[in-house]
Design a protein around this ligand. Structure first.
Ligand SMILES: Nc1nc2c(ncn2[C@@H]2O[C@H](COP(=O)(O)OP(=O)(O)OP(=O)(O)O)[C@@H](O)[C@H]2O)c(=O)[nH]1
Length: 570
């Protein structure tokens, strides 16, 4: 199954291998680089939020100190140290200070009993503020009060507040005379709107786009700016911020998407004896931060992907370049396969291994070609030898055949050949050709010759008689030895009378040819013409044999037949 997925060609395998390698190298690299950049980006963002929160905290702290110092310095002026508390000069002095800073809502001077003796716009003039914290603590030293809703001034400033609850932050300073005795308390109420102005100053111009939020939180972890914040909003405490949950983000409530990258900075207390313990908290939604992270990861993914593709392309080109010489060698091998000869494994091979392969193939091809030539020559020689042997065998076969059909002693056709020829003549006769005659011949008293002169002399006699018989007949006739001292003469196209003439001539020639050391010998013969009623070739031979018997019986050295029943003697 897996092997089916592996590409077959060298080129594809190289490309697949490099593709796999680029994936193996590229993927971890991408994951590592992407993680490193992610961490770096989150770290940078948090640092940025920290810096933002710190700078906001610093500006707020400086502002608070400024407000505190204004009251403090005014309380130390000659007017406040020496002038009677019902002096008409106080109000213009207070109005000047209020005018110098738009967020002052009210500035007033009380006597030591807490009765307002001078105030901006004469608000609360003559009223008692003896129970107010700023008066009670302001008698003993510089005081900065926590944010609170306007109580006594609420009605007076209604118009200014446009229906919204008015919240103030109080600054107070004791007023002493030249001898250092307490004369009263000088206090200012700054409208809480100033917090918005201060934060606005430090907010970056693209805060909206970055979805950045800034908060001022009091010691109870309640948001005091912006106002009207829903109560379920849970600002992470400094303790929680020290421990990062879920990576870098902190939950701001129960909703699942309520996760923020959060930074916090404590606002330096303007008056250490009356600490406010406020802090500025800056946050950015997880989604916004991660969008940037994802955008960055996407850029890295693209860069890694493109590098991988380039690597793959290079691998493909490289594999192409490497496989080309192999394909060239394959083409040469195919030419050999299709029978081309004297092929050279040449080519421009840069790689040492390919040069060696080409030399090895050339060597192998040369060896095989030489072996093929040698084999062809061997085959050729073998074929010639086989042909020679076959001819010799054929010759021997002919010779053997001839020997099998020839009598070895006399050289005449033997009984087998004689009867084959007889069969042919009988068939010819049956087809309507001319008749033939058969002579059966037998040497007279041959036993005596053997007995008297020995078997070897008997053989010589047989050879001489055979010689005479051969010389006495025509070429078309056949004389064969068919028994010990028995011969048969087959005379084609010969009727009985002509056959008797031939027989007589033979008889006389034998009788007139003495053989050393035996002297004269004679032969007896029976002659018979083939008959139309004959059933087989043997019929004429049997009748000739009978006439031979008659010739012997009649005294030998004679020819007997149906025309000469008594036979004739020489
Ligand atoms: N030397 C020799 N003798 C042979 C050969 N074949 C047969 N004979 C002899 O021929 C003789 C034939 O003898 P018979 O059949 O008695 O006839 P015959 O002596 O010729 O007497 P008639 O035929 O009656 O005149 C035998 O003694 C055979 O051994 C042969 O190849 N060589």
């Amino acid at each position: 199954m897996l092997s089916e997925l592996i590409p077959r060609s060298f080129r594809s395998r190289m490309a697949a291998l490099f593709g796999l390698l680029s994936l193996l190298v590229g993927l971890p690299t991408y994951l590592y680089v992407s993680e490193v950049y992610r961490e770096q980006l989150l770290h940078d963002r948090r640092e940025y939020l920290n810096a933002l929160a710190n700078s906001a905290a610093t500006v707020i702290a400086e502002n608070l100190v400024e407000r505190r110092r204004e009251i403090e310095l005014l309380a130390q002026t000659t007017l406040y140290r020496r002038a009677p508390l019902d002096s008409p000069e106080f109000r213009p002095s207070l109005e000047r200070l209020k005018k110098s800073y738009p967020h002052y809502s009210w500035i007033g001077l009380t006597d030591t009993d807490g009765q307002v003796r001078a105030a901006t716009s004469d608000h609360l003039l003559g009223a008692s503020v003896a129970q107010r914290p700023w008066f009670q603590q302001g008698r003993h030293g510089i005081f900065t009060g926590d944010l609170h809703e306007a109580l006594l001034l609420a009605k007076l400033l209604q118009e200014q507040a446009q229906g919204q609850p008015i919240r103030f932050i109080d600054f107070a300073a004791p007023v002493y005379d030249d001898a250092g005795a307490l004369r009263g308390v000088l206090a200012s109420h700054a409208h809480w709107h100033w917090a918005g102005d201060v934060l606005q100053a430090v907010r970056p111009h693209n805060a909206e786009e970055l979805a950045l939020d800034l908060f001022i939180v009091n010691r109870n972890n309640e948001v005091i700016y912006p106002e009207n914040i829903p109560a379920q909003l849970k600002v992470p405490t400094p303790e929680q911020l020290r421990h990062t949950q879920s990576g870098h983000f902190h939950s701001w409530g129960q909703a699942p998407d309520n996760w923020y990258l959060t930074a916090s900075a404590a606002i330096k207390n303007p008056v250490p004896s009356t600490p406010l313990e406020w802090r500025v908290v800056a946050r950015q939604p997880e989604q916004t931060v991660l969008t940037d992270v994802r955008a960055l990861q996407q850029v890295i993914l693209w860069a890694t992907g493109l590098a991988g593709m380039a690597f793959l392309l290079l691998a493909w080109i490289g594999a192409n370049h490497m496989s080309r010489p192999l394909e060239h060698l394959t083409r040469i091998a195919h030419r050999i396969q299709h029978g081309e000869e004297n092929v050279l494994f040449d080519g421009d091979f840069d790689a040492l291994e390919l040069q060696r392969l080409s030399h090895a193939l050339q060597g192998m091809y040369s060896t095989l070609a030489a072996q093929k030539d040698s084999l062809a020559q061997s085959n050729h020689r073998l074929e010639a030898k086989v042909a020679e042997r076959t001819a010799e065998l054929q010759r021997l076969n002919v010779e053997l055949d001839k020997q099998a059909r020839t009598d070895t002693l006399t050289g005449l056709p033997n009984r087998r050949q004689t009867y084959e020829r007889l069969e042919e003549e009988f068939v010819r006769f049956q087809r309507g050709h001319e008749p033939y005659s058969v002579l059966m011949l037998d040497i007279d008293f041959f036993k005596k010759i053997n007995d008297n002169y020995g078997h070897a002399t008997g053989d010589i006699v047989l050879q001489r008689v055979a010689q005479v018989l051969r010389q006495s007949v025509r070429d078309v006739d056949l004389v064969g030895r068919v028994g010990g001292e028995e011969f048969m003469a087959l005379l084609p196209m010969t009727r009985l009378p002509q056959a008797l003439l031939v027989a007589e001539k033979i008889r006389q020639t034998v009788a007139n040819t003495p053989i050393e050391p035996v002297g004269q010998i004679t032969i007896s013969m029976g002659a018979q013409e083939v008959g139309v009623a004959d059933q087989s070739k043997d019929k004429a031979v049997e009748l000739a044999d009978e006439w031979l018997y008659q010739a012997k019986k009649s005294g030998r050295n004679r020819v007997a037949s149906e025309l000469t029943p008594e036979a004739t003697t020489g």
